[in-house]
Design a protein. Structure first.
Length: 132
């Protein structure tokens, strides 16, 4: 009867060029979404904790042309690897013990673990290259 399945905007993402000794964090977010508004605060804080070891690139998905350029409404990449920020929140430790209230620190701790691991791996790679 002429019905067509929905068409989605294709993703146009390319992993960034590797910068020796640096971790590149790219986040796509929307200020109209309260969840991503909290996410971006956590991303900024955790990236700042790592100082010069992390390059943060923020993309406001609501800005003109962003949909066409990237086709990504919301996610997180660390060194070009999608971490799915906002789609699959970690369940471990997500609720305060003994309570059924959401802990806003759980996603931040998950993010800190992801970035800290990437920084350690990047530093180990640089050290190994220097030793070779």
């Amino acid at each position: 009867d002429g019905a067509q399945p929905p068409s989605f905007v294709p993703r146009h993402y390319r992993a960034p060029r590797h910068v020796p000794g640096k971790v590149i964090v790219e986040t796509f977010w929307s200020p109209q979404c309260l969840t991503t508004a909290l996410d971006i605060v956590h991303v900024r804080e955790v990236c700042a904790e790592s100082g010069e070891d992390v390059i943060l690139r923020e993309y406001n998905a609501t800005m003109p042309g962003m949909r066409e350029r990237f086709g990504i409404p919301r996610t997180l990449y660390i060194d070009g690897v999608e971490k799915g920020w906002g789609y699959e929140l970690p369940t471990e430790g997500a609720f305060d013990q003994g309570e059924r209230s959401w802990s806003h620190e759980a996603p931040k701790e998950w993010l800190r673990e992801q970035i800290t691991t990437a920084v350690r791996e990047s530093q180990a790679s640089v050290t190994a290259q220097r030793a070779a």
